[in-house]
Design a protein around this ligand. Structure first.
Ligand code: ATP
Ligand code: MG
Length: 690
């Protein structure tokens, strides 16, 4: 280490610098550290500087575990670390990005560690991972097997079953508690649900699959054994977590098991931005950190916001200031500006879309790239009318948090093949594939899969199973591709081509737009090329699939310009020059999908706060007077009249510039109401024959 502070430290304010340098001398692990601070105060930036500084000080990047909420956020963080460290280490930092290999999401890191420790844990390391849809399919299968779906017509749907199960696991609570107030109609099924969940767990184990929740659950289970916890914990000198307010109890259990005294542990977050309690995240994790690691824990708060202009910050502070809980942080900024955030009244969602497009194009004219602008919304389908308008106007966009590239049936089919090759016991994958073969019915598929599941050598069982009647040449074709891929002869990712060649005739039989879908598959092949192995490809894609784009063809090229569309949840941690918030009306924010409990309403308020604090220079909060609701079953789809979100009451209006759009005189409605000549079309028509 050097005597003069490295240049990158000079850009930091004293509190940020304290967090970066905290116990970092020599790169050795220091006392547990919590940075709790408001939006845009530089938490993530500070975390990146801290990691870089640790490395500069001599910490081994291969022994740093860095976790955050999405793979995108993790790779962005790694890139920032590399950029900072390179300024000091120069070319010596060349291999840094690769060396910082333990940067990812909790789930992704969990999957890797579970594979590494599989033998000790009695797991088969070839396990495959089920995404939510696969999990729902398996839950459904088990539901059928137990006969619940037939005799009891009012038994909870597969989605409700999965949601309750997931809540039990993540919040470490009983079925009764999980049902709680969220699923009151399920409370007469507690015994059946318990049986169902037991059978579901057994099915997963027989099939050697883990679902999302299992990745944390098994990880926590593994580190409940002190020897394993110690062994895993010793691999990492530093464990750093961003967005800590959105971790759940299992995640905090895991961290404490890895670092019982908290040495080398750094967590950063903002309690005012906790927005994932519906997935059992608990803000207690961040609030209890100091006492959990008392008296060693250090707490640093940051109060200067570097992101937003003063008027935007004032409006956001106003919104969060009305929250029931008290958030102690007092954010300030030096970014003066005369431009207040806009509160825009429009008639309906069509006008809302036109307003956004008009503004976005105007800002592009003024020099702001599309990428520096984002449109945020509470729920994925809220962007529907805007997507139509953007498509019509040929404006490219990428949508975060909505439909994923991989949700497309044909992409899932091809991935099911890879998954089945990896793990022939994966019944959901196997069933999906066999359904593609025209002569193979569900019953014969089940019969084959039963044999495969029970066999010691599942692949041999598959090859030896009697071909289903009427399956014809498709059956040997199917066995052939599985066997070929299994040998790995073609190598990765070349085997993707073999997989696609097998799949294409099936694709053509089922889908009319086969050509477009084929293009997706070629794209998938290109994505596969970026991964070292089939297993890593499958794991990463299942855990964090690429986002949908305007042309539905996977992630966009690196240097293309495109507008960002994102749910508020997926916008976490990010910032843009301009931000448009759609549907800032009651029923959308707060959403009427919740039960309306006060805790839920408070979470919606924090959500609005998160949305507003994404903006650097200008913010447009849009309130359509009518919006379309995709109804709960009872009410159906319909238009409803809406009022401004209750989170911006009259007292706060002074923070906004209020406008109506389109302005009254320019509105198309005004043009339409111009007096038109009266014509007698009927008489004209009759006259033609006289
Ligand atoms: P969020 O709560 O939204 O996750 P955050 O606290 O993580 O926000 P960052 O994203 O790290 O905040 O930083 C917000 C912006 O402020 C970034 O553009 C960052 O580069 C800038 N910034 C942070 N610290 C400083 C600083 N000391 N000097 C100048 N700019 C800074
Ligand atoms: Mg951040």
């Amino acid at each position: 280490s050097t005597t003069a502070p490295p240049g990158y430290l000079e850009a930091l304010n004293p509190e940020q610098r304290a967090a970066v340098e905290h116990g970092a001398e020599g790169g050795a692990p220091g006392a547990p550290l919590l940075v709790i601070a408001g939006a845009g105060s530089g938490k993530t930036n500070t975390l990146a500087h801290r990691v870089a500084h640790l490395i500069v000080e001599g910490a081994d990047p291969r022994r740093i575990l860095l976790m955050t909420f999405s793979r995108r956020a993790a790779s962005e963080l790694s890139r920032r670390v590399e950029r900072i460290a390179r300024r000091v280490l120069g070319e010596g930092a060349g291999a840094l990005a690769d060396a910082l290999s333990w940067a990812g999401t909790f789930h992704g890191i969990g999957a890797r560690l579970l594979r590494e420790y599989a033998e000790q844990l009695g797991l088969d390391p070839a396990f495959t991972i089920h995404d939510r849809e696969d999990s729902a399919d398996l839950m459904n299968l088990v539901r059928h097997e137990l006969g619940f779906s037939k005799t009891e017509t009012r038994f909870p749907t597969k989605g409700a079953c999965l949601a309750i199960y997931s809540r039990c696991v993540n919040a470490e609570c009983s079925v009764e508690e999980a049902i709680g107030h969220a699923y009151p109609w399920c409370s007469s099924w507690v015994d059946e649900l318990k049986r169902l969940f037991g059978a579901y767990v057994e099915a997963k184990q027989r099939q050697n699959v883990l679902d999302y929740d299992d990745l944390l659950l098994y990880w926590a289970g593994a580190v409940a054994h002190p020897e394993i916890a110690a062994d895993m914990g010793e691999r990492f000198d530093h464990v750093l977590v961003d967005e800590y307010q959105d971790t759940n109890r299992l995640q905090s259990t895991i961290l404490r098991a890895l670092k019982p005294e908290g040495r080398g542990l750094t967590v950063v977050g903002d309690d005012a931005q906790s927005i994932y309690s519906f997935r059992a995240a608990t803000v207690r994790n961040i609030l209890d950190f100091p006492s959990q690691f008392s008296p060693a824990a250090q707490v640093i708060t940051l109060e200067r916001n570097y992101r937003s202009t003063q008027p935007i910050l004032a409006a956001a502070n106003g919104v969060i200031g009305l929250a029931k809980e008290r958030f102690t942080k007092n954010l300030w900024t030096e970014r003066a500006s005369g431009v207040r955030p806009r509160l825009v009244a429009v008639r309906d969602e069509a006008d809302q879309a036109r307003y956004v497009v008009e503004q976005v194009l105007e800002k592009r004219e003024e020099g702001a790239a599309l990428k520096q602008q984002a449109v945020l919304f509470r729920t994925s389908h809220h962007s529907g009318p805007l997507e139509l308008e953007l498509t019509r106007r040929n404006i490219p966009f990428v949508k975060f948090g909505g439909l994923k590239f991989l949700d497309a049936a044909h992409v899932k089919d091809l991935l099911a093949l890879l998954r089945f090759v990896e793990n022939p016991r994966d019944r959901v994958a196997g069933f999906r594939l066999m359904q593609l073969l025209p002569g193979v019915g569900p019953t014969s598929a089940q019969r084959v899969l039963d044999a495969v599941e029970q066999a010691a050598d599942p692949l041999a069982a598959l090859q030896g199973a009697p071909p289903p009647p009427r399956s014809g040449a498709d059956w040997p074709g199917f066995l052939g591709v599985v066997a070929d891929l299994r040998t790995g002869r073609a190598g990765w990712p070349a085997e993707m081509e073999r997989a696609r060649t097998w799949y294409e005739p099936h694709l053509e039989r089922v889908h009319e737009d086969a050509a477009a879908r084929q293009a997706d598959l070629v794209q998938l092949e290109q994505i596969a090329g970026g991964y070292p192995s089939r297993e890593r490809f499958l794991t990463d894609l299942t855990l964090d699939p690429p986002d949908a784009t305007s042309d539905q063809a996977g992630p966009p090229l690196k240097d293309e310009d495109y507008l960002i569309l994102s749910t508020i949840h997926s916008a976490k941690g990010q910032e843009w020059k301009s931000v448009f918030l759609l549907n800032a009306v009651d029923g959308c924010i707060p959403s009427d999908l919740g039960t309306g409990s006060s805790a839920e309403v408070e979470e919606e308020r924090r959500l609005l706060y998160v949305a507003m604090t994404r903006a650097r220079d200008d913010l447009h909060v849009i309130t359509p007077q009518r919006f379309f609701t995709h109804g709960q079953a009872s009410r159906g789809d319909r238009h409803v009249y809406a009022s401004r979100t209750r989170f911006i009451p009259g007292d706060l209006l002074g923070h906004f510039e209020r406008i109506a759009w389109p302005a009254a005189d320019a509105s198309p409605a005004a043009t339409a109401s111009r007096t038109l000549p009266r014509v007698n079309l009927g008489g004209q028509m009759r006259g033609m024959w006289r």
